[in-house]
Design a protein around this ligand. Structure first.
Ligand code: ZN
Length: 336
């Protein structure tokens, strides 16, 4: 029987599922804020204030990005913040409006993992609509864990990615095509991949792809599972995070079959979400899981032909049976 930690539940809520707007990320940040303030029972208007403050800081500055995909519409929160910024709404009035209009969807829906409403029901809070939100011990423990900064970063990078995706929808995906053109023109130029780290961490369970152990801050490397010298690209389906030691040890050798199976599963985890990279993986590998697995193995065979049987034995202590990756929610959901 698989057991999940509070951290697993939290990451699964934040990383997986469809997001048609940014409400979930704003509520996630609000919950961490409220938890850090320490109160267990949060009056509705205190909740509204913290939520409004999160949106106001997000929607202030030189570059304000859309909070949902439809270019002809604004979200409720964008409308309230805009009126407040234009001076047609006092702060206290704004809070009253937020409290009255903004929580009917996000509060009941937040604790849903993919489409499953039972797994995380009342895990981090329960509520009386319009009255109060009660934070659970799981949330109060979570904000005291050493990982709380990582959770904040995870929410921020996910929020950035959603805004970027909504902007791309409006710009007719010009951004995503640009990146591809760079590879075609300069096949061997390495692009800066560090912006992919928070994304990969989320889908990899914050552990090294090759040995399954946690990666300490500062030691993280982005590795091409199939050697870049053969593939000549930085497509996300082939990128993983690893320790510098494991990365160096593997070098440009070919990994064993079990790592290919793991890579296929990792990519299916992304496909089970609404992450912007989903479309990219689909374009590169195919629209069904069978096609994607086949295409990835086809690449693996090609690399084998080019490089010969120059295998890397793997990290000696690695055992898929104890790898935390395989315990992650989405892996269980996708394969259970
Ligand atoms: Zn490692």
């Amino acid at each position: 029987m698989t057991t999940f930690t509070d951290e697993d539940y939290w990451s699964a809520i934040v990383l997986y599922g469809l997001n048609s707007a940014t409400y979930k990320m704003a509520l996630g940040k609000t919950l961490l804020d409220l938890g850090e303030q320490g109160g267990e029972v949060v009056p509705w208007e205190v909740l509204a204030r913290a939520y409004f403050d999160n949106y106001t800081s997000r929607l202030t500055g030189p570059t304000v990005l859309p909070q949902q995909g439809n270019p002809t519409r604004l979200t409720i929160m964008e409308r309230i913040v805009r009126r407040y910024q234009q001076g047609s709404l006092e702060y206290s009035q704004a809070i009253v409006e937020v409290a009255a209009t903004s929580f009917s969807d996000v509060i009941p829906r937040f604790q849903t993992i993919v489409n499953n409403k039972e797994l995380a029901r009342n895990k981090f809070y329960h509520f009386r609509h319009g009255k109060s939100l009660t934070l659970t011990d799981s949330l109060l423990t979570l904000v005291q864990s050493t990982q709380v900064t990582a959770f904040r970063n995870q929410l921020d990078s996910r929020w950035n990615l959603l805004e970027g995706a909504f902007q791309m929808t409006r710009d007719h995906s010009l951004l995503s095509n640009d990146t591809r053109d760079i590879y075609l023109v300069n096949g061997y130029q390495r692009t800066n991949l560090t912006s992919n780290i928070p994304f990969l961490e989320g889908y990899q369970g914050n552990t090294c792809f090759y040995c399954g152990e946690p990666i300490p801050d500062g030691d993280v490397h982005i590795d091409h599972v199939l050697p870049r010298q053969v593939l000549l690209h930085d497509e996300i389906w082939n990128l993983v995070l690893s320790h510098s030691y494991c990365n160096t040890s593997k070098s440009d050798k070919l990994v064993g079959e079990h790592y290919i199976s793991k890579l296929i599963q990792r990519n299916e985890n992304v496909m089970g979400s609404n992450h912007p990279w989903k479309a990219r993986i689909e374009r590169e590998l195919g629209s069904t899981s069978v096609q994607r697995a086949k295409k990835l193995r086809w690449h693996y065979e090609n690399v084998l032909k080019v490089m010969g049987r120059n295998y890397w034995g793997g990290i000696n202590s690695y055992n898929p049976a104890t790898d935390p990756f395989f315990r992650k929610f989405i892996t269980v959901l996708n394969n259970g």
